[in-house]
Ligand binder design. Sequence first.
Ligand code: XUL
Ligand code: CO
Length: 442
Amino acid sequence: MGILLGDREYFKGVGKIAYEGPETDNPLAFRWYDENRIIVGKSMKEHLRFAIAYWHTFVGSGLDPFGGPTQFYPWDEKSDPIDRAKDKADAAFEFITKMGAPYYCFHDLDVIDYADEVRTNEKRIQTMTDYLGAKQKESGVKLLWGTANLFSHHRYMNGASTNPDFQVVTHAGAQVKMALDATIALGGENYVFWGGREGYMTLLNTDMKREQEHFAQMLKMAVAYARKNGFKGKFFIEPKPMEPTKHQYDYDCATVIGFLRQFDLLDDFAINIEVNHATLAGHTFDHELQVAADAGVLGSIDANRGDYQNGWDTDQFPNDLMEWTQAMMVILKAGGLAGGGINFDAKRRRNSTDMEDIFYAHIGGMDTVARALVIADKVIQHGEFDKIRTERYASFDSGKGADYEAGKLQLEDLFQMAVDGGEPTMISGRQEYLENLLARFI
Ligand code: XUL
Ligand code: CO
């Protein structure tokens, strides 16, 4: 059966976005993202593995709690769900190709609307899997990760895998199975779990321990099913402390690592870190990256930014060079991301309603991240941060400090050494010096 791919141009007047360098006046060009530029032995394209998020970029409508959609799309006009989904896929692949992004990511429900019957949805996602497969082949664009939306349907109001009603859990399982089938068939490199409603609204009605055990059970079943069907990629958990649920179980990286360790899931899972989720958890982005890197589970990134003046998930496009330089320092030093990439989980503002705004948003994001990569490499090459950090711990490199690290001392030994050595000399952490040093590279 042949697949007829659409030939309509949705983003008229905008061609392929080219690298023109920092001096260009063209707002529809890259100033920093030069996909072939080599940084520490790899091209920018290979380092960053940019992905376009289907949900914000081709589905998001600008609606907020106070008003309906402001962003209307020509690919959203047909009444038949399959026709509409195919138009959307055509538009998506046109945009992704024009941006020169090597990857995309989706939830099942971004690709095609689901009805209430599982069998209908199975047919729908299979039809679209074939269609997306043909688009991937035609364009060379690949799937960084797939996922199931287990938070929008009203049946998930009390959670999906953590729902107190087992019949709801079966629907979550059915959706995960179908999303995994699609991801595997499309050669998806990873699969994500973001548990927006895997948490609780009040402890008065919640058995937290049991819900988390149910969640782990679902993850184990997903791994078993995917491995049995040839999936070689990584599973990612994406932490977020709250929103939409009051308290979400995957609060932050440290919490997720504890959970994965408790349920023996560390071999198959890594973490997908989202910038604004880190902020909501009261952490910096580089803190979350470092926690994941130290545990060997730095998997992938959802790139965006929050707003310093409010406390919710604004999902704005990244533009903070200082934040991203520090992030890139962690990523480079960790040897890169384990299988993942950088996905723009970011949306235009409600009042950015021109088609070109979609391009400006992604160009700004990609340039910020690419520029941060260039700067972070220079900072690391310069070497002073490493030197200062190493020297800061020098007292553990030999003598009694080394014995302490090796577990050769008793608490009584510390007592005696404190008595003998007297009050320690104060050693400055030199934070302002280091911040100024970093600023010199920006
Ligand atoms: C929500 C969020 C999700 C996940 C995928 O805050 O980040 O879009 O990235 O489900
Ligand atoms: Co995200």
